[in-house]
Design a protein around this ligand. Structure first.
Ligand SMILES: NC(=O)c1ccc[n+]([C@@H]2O[C@H](COP(=O)([O-])OP(=O)(O)OC[C@H]3O[C@@H](n4cnc5c(N)ncnc54)[C@H](OP(=O)(O)O)[C@@H]3O)[C@@H](O)[C@H]2O)c1
Length: 320
């Protein structure tokens, strides 16, 4: 089968560090070109990854030799360039969160559907096999009836110039890190969650929210406690708690490809460690995107639900 021909919009850190190395190693896709606002950056990046440099995003979208684009731009620019890419007839893999608000995510997913193009949000952790193993344990009754989920993703403070500190670019902890625990809750508890309460805090010297919490619940009262932040000691974990036991996943959201997952299963009978083989969630995501392009499947439904809940957290949040 022919590989999906991909172009990249912007020489972003995430593109250069994680996505382009995986794309160039994946036989399902062929990276044709990388575009940048900066000519020198396009040349340097394209040389490193063996593809063509393009000056300007519109010039890349005009190329007939590209089937799909990857959009790793600052969050507030995802909507504009995703719309432009879909209008140019390209499938889109866009960074998380897909846009800054539900209405835009809804509009773009409808546009993709109506034009027969794939739009997928680059939430990679859900493609790691460790979460399928957790789902199997829960479905097999390993922890009894579900009572609650606790999920946290927070990272240390970034340099002052980082896009995450700029509100006009869609910065802030909720959009940058809140997406992960929120998506973990939807992944394990289902889409019927609603937000009961939330906080968003701007720590001293910041204009964007740098810390947040949210409490959600399913219709049956299974709770999700979420914590996120961009001015914290690092944490990337979740725990699912049931009537008979508890499952804990560390290195939940951004494990490297060689990480050997060790899921902790605590029950009255004792604590077991479920060891799993390493998995490369970046590669799995690219394979999933290429697969969706080939089969024309809808890859954005859950992103719309996630966007509704992100809006709800923002609307309900008590601010500090
Ligand atoms: N899925 C994940 O695991 C993951 C991890 C990290 C980040 N992300 C997401 O990826 C996106 C990019 O994050 P990043 O950390 O890679 O950002 P970054 O290094 O700052 O890159 C953003 C790129 O956007 C382009 N750009 C266009 N207009 C810009 C503007 N006005 N200001 C700054 N840059 C502009 C630049 O490319 P040119 O100058 O080359 O045109 C820049 O290199 C964000 O949405 C973030 O949430 C996802």
């Amino acid at each position: 089968m022919e590989p999906v021909r991909i172009g990249v919009l912007g020489c972003a850190d995430i593109a250069r560090r994680r996505i382009l190395p995986a794309m160039t190693a994946c036989p399902d896709v062929d990276v044709v070109a990388v575009a940048s606002r900066r000519e020198a950056a396009a040349s340097e990046t394209s040389e490193r990854f063996g593809c063509l440099p393009v000056h300007g995003y519109a010039a890349l979208l005009a190329r007939p030799d590209i089937d799909a684009v990857y959009v790793p731009l600052p969050t507030a620019l995802h909507a504009r360039w995703t719309r432009a890419a879909l209008d140019a007839g390209k499938h889109v893999l866009a960074e998380k969160p897909l846009t800054t608000e539900h209405a835009l995510t809804q509009e773009l997913t409808a546009l993709a559907r109506n034009t027969g193009l794939v739009l997928m949000e680059n939430v990679m952790f859900v493609h790691h096999s460790q979460h399928a193993a957790v789902r199997r344990l829960v479905a097999d009754g390993a922890i009894g009836e579900l009572r609650s989920l606790h999920a946290a993703f927070a990272v240390p403070r970034l340099p002052a110039h980082d896009i995450r500190h700029r509100p006009e670019l869609g910065g802030g902890a909720l959009l940058d890190t809140g997406v992960y625990p929120l998506r973990a809750a939807v992944h394990h508890l289902g889409a019927d969650l609603r937000v009961v309460g939330a906080t968003l805090t701007s720590t001293a010297g910041h204009v964007v929210d740098t810390a947040g919490t949210a409490l959600l619940t399913t219709r049956k009262g299974v709770a999700a406690h979420l914590t996120f932040g961009i001015d914290h000691a690092y944490r990337s974990a979740y725990e699912i708690w049931g009537s008979e036991g508890r499952i804990t996943v560390d290195r939940a959201f951004t494990p490297p490809a060689d990480h050997e997952p060790a899921i902790r299963l605590e029950r009255r009978s004792g604590t077991e460690t479920v060891r799993l083989p390493p998995d490369d969630q970046v590669l799995r995501t690219i394979e999933a995107f290429a697969g969706a392009v080939r089969t024309g499947s809808d890859a954005a439904g859950v992103s719309v639900r996630q966007a509704v809940l992100l809006d709800e957290v923002r609307r309900r949040a008590v601010r500090y």
